[in-house]
Design a protein around this ligand. Sequence first.
Ligand SMILES: [Zn+2]
Ligand SMILES: [Zn+2]
Length: 146
Amino acid sequence: MIDTESRFKALRDKLKQTDHRLTPQRAALLRLLAASEGHPSASDLYDQIKAQFPTTSPATVYKTLHLLKEMGEVLELGFSDDDNRYDGHNPAPHPHLICVRCHKIIDPPIRVAESLVQEVTDRSGYKIIGHRFDIYGVCPACQGRA
Ligand SMILES: [Zn+2]
Ligand SMILES: [Zn+2]
């Protein structure tokens, strides 16, 4: 597991290498994405950036997210009945644990899918390029509120 500070530096370097300006707003966004606490939506990210930089436009957040997604530096999780959510901490496909009450999303505390994906590769002959594995439940905090 890499720490948030190293992930922030990696994201910042990616933008620099591709000649993108690192405005203070963008740096703040990269910090939030490096942590990706709870796997925020674009509007969660915008609300947090706006709290620090009131003049930020939503386009700043959406453009940067799009750019990082194109670079493969942010994993996007789409939902049919909820906003897309983002993981900039670990952009490789990995399983997610989703609370159906508070909609918090975390990475499961154990490695779940790696051997499964390897076995599928071995048995199917497919070259696997991604996967989606969501586990639904009620988080401990929400169970306490029941
Ligand atoms: Zn919950
Ligand atoms: Zn994740």
